[in-house]
Write a protein that binds this ligand. Structure first.
Ligand code: AMP
Length: 438
């Protein structure tokens, strides 16, 4: 078995797996130019399958999760169809109305989808707007008055604005429901159904979901007319392209271990997941005291604070972003060096979503997890879901037998504390020898 040093292993994690070129997808010049500007050279598998279907004006049922390039898979062809339509119907007064509606479950995803439309459509001259709750509706409403071609929205605020008659969906030609299964998880399905009732019957619908549980399949049947079904990367197979490793570590030592890992200068942007909002804040503060620039995002922060933290992280002003699951959904950061599960999630699927923040669009990624005694059951569930054992990074300090806390005698525990204290000084040196199996 080949053993490679963590520091030298990282540069190889950027292998791409695409085969067809964008030129073969009948895309118009301004779109190709924008894609070139984005540095996209080849379509991802979901793009290869979905773009021709959408350009052919058919409904689409796509089973694809975040990280596969699914946003471009719907945004690119919809922008092209809108553009061609605009050219043939210049005088139509409906052009000032919303033609494309994208419904997404979270604010972060809404912002990212809107940014994607802006990037891919930068030579097409459309107006796009994002609306979500948690902020004043004043600016959103004044932008709507000026005229919007593409609206990206979360369900609650959208329904609210429709009911206030600030938004009309009667001119929508393209409706995209993104991350439908998350809509279900977050309890939005009833709101989505209410919104659908305001859409015109004559439209093209694109339905994206990572998984297809029964209620979602049923919703898709109501929404789609003779859809073409495309499917890429089943949810748990994202783990195949991400190098994962695991530390068994006592709760009280997690912070020290994190700081040690962060001493590796190759790690430029690191996303750390904690279980609680309080834990996220505290960890970001502690990292700051240790000289690591870090910010926290979670559900208790205002939307502006969350966006500011995310932007600082994306721009490289904060090296570490500490997040809880609720705030981290849909986060998309190019070139994320590593995801660290400071706490393992209780729900095993969440592990797959979290590590999927790295390894985006066919690139491989790196994910490290910390597991304390109490999380052994979570770890077993995760390994069952992903169908493999996560490689344990051997470290003498944390290489202690895993057992239930109640099974541990006071004596054993105090021995452990003693071992850790006496070994603490040697820890940094030992970590540098830690290796990852490949
Ligand atoms: P998504 O699955 O839409 O969240 O996309 C994941 C990431 O892949 C985003 O950072 C996109 O910018 C990137 N991406 C999408 N399509 C491509 C492509 N064809 N080539 C390279 N990167 C891409």
């Amino acid at each position: 078995m080949c053993r490679i040093h963590l520091a030298v292993a990282l540069p190889i994690f950027s292998i791409k797996i695409y085969i067809v070129s964008f030129n073969k997808l009948q895309l118009i010049e301004p779109v190709l130019k924008a894609l070139h500007q984005q540095g996209y050279h080849q379509p991802t598998p979901i793009q290869q399958q979905a773009i021709p279907v959408v350009l052919n004006k058919q409904d689409l049922l796509a089973c694809a999760q975040t990280g596969t390039g699914k946003t471009a898979a719907f945004a690119i062809p919809v922008l092209q169809l809108m553009f061609l339509h605009k050219q043939t119907r210049v005088n139509e007064n409906k052009l000032k109305q919303i033609q494309t509606l994208v419904l997404v479950p979270t604010r972060e995803l809404a912002l990212q989808v809107e940014e994607s439309f802006r990037d891919y459509g930068c030579y097409l001259g459309f107006h796009q707007l994002v609306v979500f709750g948690g902020v004043s509706q004043y600016n959103q409403v004044s932008m709507l008055r000026k005229g919007v071609d593409i609206l990206v929205a979360t369900p609650g605020r959208l329904l609210d604005l429709i009911q206030q008659r600030k938004i009309s969906l009667e001119a929508v030609k393209y409706f995209i429901l993104d991350e439908a299964d998350r809509m279900l998880d977050m309890g939005f399905v009833d709101t989505v159904r209410k919104i659908i009732a305001y859409l015109p019957v004559q439209r093209q619908t694109l339905f994206f979901s990572a998984t297809m549980p029964a209620p979602i399949l049923q919703l898709s049947k109501q929404l789609l007319v003779k859809p073409v079904k495309v499917e890429v990367t089943p949810p748990s197979s994202v783990v195949e392209i991400i190098v994962q490793s695991l530390y068994y570590v006592e709760k009280t030592n997690k912070r020290h271990l994190l700081v040690e890992i962060l001493k590796n200068p190759v790690l430029k942007t690191v996303l750390v997941f904690t279980k609680t909002k309080y834990g996220a804040d505290r960890l970001a503060r502690d990292l700051g005291r240790s000289g690591v620039k870090a910010d926290a995002i979670h559900g208790n922060k205002s939307q502006n604070e969350r966006q500011r933290a995310l932007q600082k992280f994306k721009d490289g002003y904060a090296r570490v972003l500490v997040a809880t699951d609720i705030a981290a959904r849909g986060i998309d950061i190019d070139q994320l060096s590593m995801v660290i599960n400071f706490d393992l999630p209780d729900v095993p699927e969440t592990y797959v979503h979290r590590i999927g923040r790295t390894g985006r669009a066919g690139a491989t990624g790196v994910a490290v997890s910390f597991c304390d005694y109490e999380q052994k059951i979570c770890l077993a569930d995760i390994q069952k879901l992903i169908g493999k054992s996560i490689t344990v990074v051997k470290d003498h300090l944390y290489d202690v037998p895993m057992m239930h806390p109640q099974q541990r005698s006071e004596n054993h525990y105090s021995q452990l504390v003693h071992r850790k204290r006496s070994a603490g000084k040697r820890y940094g040196r030992v970590f540098m020898q830690a290796s990852v199996k490949s």
